[in-house]
Write a protein that binds this ligand. Structure first.
Ligand SMILES: [Fe+2]
Length: 241
């Protein structure tokens, strides 16, 4: 097994990727998907969640699930890496999501964790909270807020993140954000406050939004210590059971 990466040995997980071939604006074909998985393997990643965009305003869940299954079956049959895969979705939250009775089919793996995306200008006001509360209390789903660093409303007010956490939400950051000085400084503080639970590359293609995991994770370990990387990794492993 290859172990040429520079990260200390942990069961690293990337819980946000667009590696499934031909389903969204991520990987264009099977070859690209396999190369992306190989890149992550070479950086020490052992678990990858496949989270294609589910655009709830444009397509219905049945069509999405059929398309996703076809793409997943193909990738799984040709996956020659040592990476464990879990199937999920990055669910764009609109009013249309609430017409479904069951959201478990779009949660990650066999869990009730659902990766959610909002418009970047989302205010995270009462209306957003109402929707998230419906997920938690009515659907019994745990929302993971994808790439929290992208939302000014969240980056300007840690109090909102604390409220979201108290309600039962989990937070994910993109590792590429660790390469921007001011953002990374803020995110490290959030990790220390237990307001970041997952990391991901949010990788899309080989030449664009590339699968780079190790640099961001190495930065976390260097700046605040391996215990935090271990905690994040352990949170993530729950998604791959
Ligand atoms: Fe994404």
């Amino acid at each position: 097994m290859s172990s040429k990466h520079n990260l200390p040995p942990l069961e690293y997980a990337d819980i946000h990727t667009h590696i499934l071939p031909g389903i969204d604006d991520g990987s264009e074909n099977l070859d690209m998907s396999l190369s992306m998985l190989k890149m992550l393997q070479n950086q020490g990643v052992r678990n990858v969640a496949l989270t294609p965009h589910f655009r709830t305003q444009e397509e219905n869940m049945k069509d999405f699930l059929e398309k996703r299954k076809e793409s997943y079956d193909l990738l799984k049959s040709k996956n020659d890496t040592n990476i464990n895969l879990a199937l999920g979705a990055e669910v764009f939250i609109t009013k249309y999501i609430l017409k479904y009775d069951d959201l478990l089919p779009i949660c990650i793996g066999n869990t009730n964790y659902m990766l959610t995306e909002f418009p970047y200008s989302a205010p995270f006001d009462e209306k957003t909270f109402d929707t998230l509360e419906k997920f938690v209390y009515d659907y019994k789903v745990t929302p993971i807020l994808a790439h929290i660093e992208r939302y000014p409303a969240l980056m300007n007010d840690v109090g909102i993140l604390e409220e979201l956490y108290d309600m039962g939400c989990k937070m994910q950051i993109n590792l590429s954000a660790m390469e921007t000085f001011m953002t990374s400084r803020f995110l490290l503080k959030l990790i220390k406050k237990n307001l970041v639970h997952f990391v991901g590359t949010d990788c899309h293609r080989l030449e664009y939004r590339t699968p780079i995991y190790d640099r961001g994770m190495a930065a976390i370990i260097k700046k605040i210590g391996i215990d935090y990387a271990e905690k994040i990794t352990n949170n993530s492993l729950l998604l791959f059971k």
